[in-house]
Write a protein that binds this ligand. Structure first.
Ligand code: F6R
Length: 256
């Protein structure tokens, strides 16, 4: 696990975008696993810029999103599908048929989850999985207590996660109680993983994930077992991690 610390959110985003860009440049038809949330917005902005300058192309890239709210259709403004359109897909040259996002209103949820796993396998697995981290240490919507053997499945959202997700909904009654998410095992099968965290509020979760005991109570701690994880934190998110545990202090223009 390589831990990189940047000065601020902007630099974290640039460093993250460079990691994704290098993956695409090394393999044009890369399979990317993508998160939503506040954390990756800056990274997506940087990727859009690199694409508009012709430095990278998404024309052969295949994407699988981590999760989607259960009960929201893809045209719901609060859906992760809409988030992805707005923050990345509508502004890069990705092909529609290469975008995969779980269907929040699939009548047969189990079938939808099974098919998602099969599609990932059919594409040769995920080359680079990008992750954010929840305040409670979740990755995807794998809340504390999620089984390490879990695959893509329907999950209940914790009260804490629902409170946090309320920012995406005007009416509190609309906040979904469930989501469909890739499982811990699905995530751990990715060839490489890039974990991002920004801000003071993520410092305890980052510390627990990177240096705490490896336990199902702290889902992100499982990443300590993965052979190829890069973690990019801004200074605030890294504030509880010992300086000797940090592999690279990055300043703009010279990070991973
Ligand atoms: C989003 C996802 C979640 C978020 C996490 C952090 O697709 O799977 O695990 O990455 O909740 O969210 P932010 O970045 O909004 O703090």
């Amino acid at each position: 696990m390589r831990i990189i610390v940047t000065d601020n959110y902007g630099e974290m985003s640039q460093a993250a975008a460079r990691t994704v860009a290098r993956q695409i440049l090394a393999k044009q038809d890369s399979v990317l696993g993508l998160p939503t949330g506040n954390t990756p917005i800056g990274m997506y902005g940087q990727l859009i810029k690199l694409c508009s300058h012709g430095l990278i192309s998404f024309s052969k890239v295949v994407t699988f999103n981590l999760d989607e709210y259960r009960g929201l259709s893809s045209d719901h403004p609060g859906s992760f599908y809409q988030y992805m359109r707005e923050n990345l897909f509508d502004q890069v040259d990705i092909r529609e048929e290469n975008i995969h996002i779980l269907d929040g209103i699939a009548p047969d949820t189990e079938g939808e989850c099974r098919q998602y796993e099969e599609e990932i396998r059919r594409h040769g697995g995920i080359d680079l999985q990008v992750l954010g981290i929840g305040l409670n240490g979740h990755i995807g919507f794998n809340e504390p207590g999620s089984n390490w053997g879990s695959k893509t499945r329907l999950v209940n959202l914790s009260a804490e996660t629902r409170r946090r997700e309320s920012r995406n909904f005007r009416d509190p009654g609309e906040i979904p109680t469930q989501a469909i998410t890739m499982g811990i095992r699905t995530i751990m099968r990715a060839k490489r993983i890039l974990l991002l965290a920004s801000g003071q509020e993520k410092a305890p979760a980052a510390k627990q994930a990177l240096r705490g005991p490896v336990t199902e109570k702290a889902p992100a701690s499982v990443l300590q077992l993965h052979p190829a994880v890069t973690v990019i934190l801004d200074k605030e998110a890294s504030s509880l991690i010992k300086p000797e545990d940090i592999h690279e202090l990055s300043t703009m223009g010279r990070s991973d």
